[in-house]
Write a protein that binds this ligand. Structure first.
Ligand SMILES: Cc1cc2nc3c(=O)[nH]c(=O)nc-3n(C[C@H](O)[C@H](O)[C@H](O)COP(=O)(O)OP(=O)(O)OC[C@H]3O[C@@H](n4cnc5c(N)ncnc54)[C@H](O)[C@@H]3O)c2cc1C
Length: 380
């Protein structure tokens, strides 16, 4: 059975569970080598997963945000890098379908390709502007030349760059104050990937630099105009906390299993009966419970809200990201305290979770911006 044949969320979770199990077995190697999970992405494509967020009007399943975060969480419990990578594609396809931001004809064409396995992601970050959410204007430029746009620049952190078919590149329009997104196919002349990704966290995301040198694309590829730092409420970004929640879940599972089995000769039985260990297990569960309730309820709120009401949800969406990501960091920390020094061994998955879960702090929205937004929402 593939994802399309599955009739319910439970069945889809079951399919994802078996894929995640397979990915978990590959995770240590990929992390050690810092290589991209090509096989995992192929498995996700072949199982029909990558077209689940394509809207029904273009032949997809149009799954809800709630369903997407549940599946992404499960996937991340197997491999965080794979989940974050595919999460961008899943979320962007969903967002475009809901908000109808692009010319429908172009979006329809991309959807058709996505049903056949094409993948896309946004390339927005740059060394000179930092996180795009902070409002800096891209240094990448787009210049009009007759019926074409010519793009020049360099993007950092382009996750999934080894396999993307389309890059959605933000650029400043030369000699104007316009900023927008340009849809560029991987085959465009002048487009290249520089393999710069050397992060200690999320090593398997292939988040390399995208280099654009006189890349010429047709007029209609200027797909969207926006004001930097003012993109409105984005439910689809909940794939980010879902990813870090999944990593924390894997850490909890490992630590509890370890506690059930570890029996030093200073005690009778295993450390699972020691009050200090049980305290930490309880605290981990509390964090995960809070995170799940918050994430799932805001995702469901998004699903059942009108467009107008969704536009007011930025404070909740930011709060979920902050609470879940920081909660996930705490869960991994508690798991490592249970396991002890072994958790620092290169062979132990907890050291990978520890590094991976930290990356969440540097995915949007950043904590300080969320806190300011929450303060503003109350003070107003
Ligand atoms: C694993 C991973 C995957 C990613 N994938 C993608 C992707 O696919 N596509 C993409 O476009 N990006 C991606 N990113 C990039 C991400 O969205 C951020 O742009 C990137 O992490 C840089 O954020 P930053 O906060 O460190 O950078 P900066 O904005 O450079 O900030 C650095 C520090 O400076 C301070 N600072 C900077 N500006 C301000 C300001 N205006 N106000 C207050 N403080 C400020 C803050 O203390 C901040 O921590 C990814 C990042 C990671 C870690």
């Amino acid at each position: 059975m593939n994802f399309q044949e599955a009739g319910s969320l439970e069945e889809r979770l079951e399919i994802m569970g078996s894929l995640a199990g397979r990915f978990a077995e590959r995770a240590a190697n990929l992390d050690e080598e810092g290589s991209f999970p090509f096989a995992n992405i192929d498995d996700l494509r072949n199982s029909g997963y990558t077209s689940l967020t394509v809207p029904k009007r273009y032949g997809g399943e149009e799954i809800s945000l709630y369903e997407m975060v549940r599946l992404q969480e499960k996937l991340a419990a197997g491999d965080g890098s794979t989940a974050l990578s595919i999460g961008w594609h899943m979320g962007i396809m969903k967002n475009l379908g809901e908000k109808k931001l692009w010319d429908e004809e172009i979006y329809r064409k991309v959807c058709k390709e996505a049903l056949a396995g094409a993948l896309l992601n946004g390339a927005a970050s740059e060394a000179g502007t930092g996180s795009p959410t902070r409002g800096g204007r891209p240094q990448t430029t787009a210049e009009k030349d007759g019926q074409y746009w010519v793009l020049n620049g360099r993007k950092t952190f382009t996750t999934m760059s080894p396999v993307l078919d389309y890059f959605i590149v933000s650029a400043s329009v030369q000699d104007s104050d316009k900023t927008g997104n340009f849809l560029i196919h991987r085959s465009a002349e002048g487009l290249s990937i520089e393999e710069t990704w050397d992060s200690v966290a999320m090593r398997g995301t292939g988040s390399h630099d995208l280099v654009l040198k006189n890349v010429r694309i047709s007029e209609e590829c200027f797909v969207e105009e926006f004001v930097p730092g003012k993109k409105g409420a984005n439910g689809w970004l909940l794939h980010i906390p879902a990813c870090y929640l999944g990593i924390a879940w894997a850490a909890q599972t490992y630590a509890v299993q370890f506690a059930n089995e570890y029996s030093p000769n200073s005690i009778q039985g295993t450390i699972i009966d020691i009050p200090a260990v049980r305290q930490r297990i309880g605290e981990m569960e509390l964090e995960l419970m809070k995170a799940r309730h918050f994430l799932y309820s805001v995702a469901k709120q998004w699903d059942s809200s009108s467009e107008e009401d969704r536009a007011q949800m930025s404070p909740e969406l930011g709060a979920v990201k902050l609470a879940v990501t920081n909660g996930a960091i705490r869960v991994v920390d508690l798991a490592m305290r249970i396991v002890g020094a072994r958790s620092l061994s290169q062979k132990n998955p907890l050291q990978r979770y520890y590094r991976d879960v930290r990356a969440g702090l540097h995915n949007p929205p950043m904590d300080d911006m969320t806190i300011e937004l929450l303060a503003r929402s109350v003070i107003r």
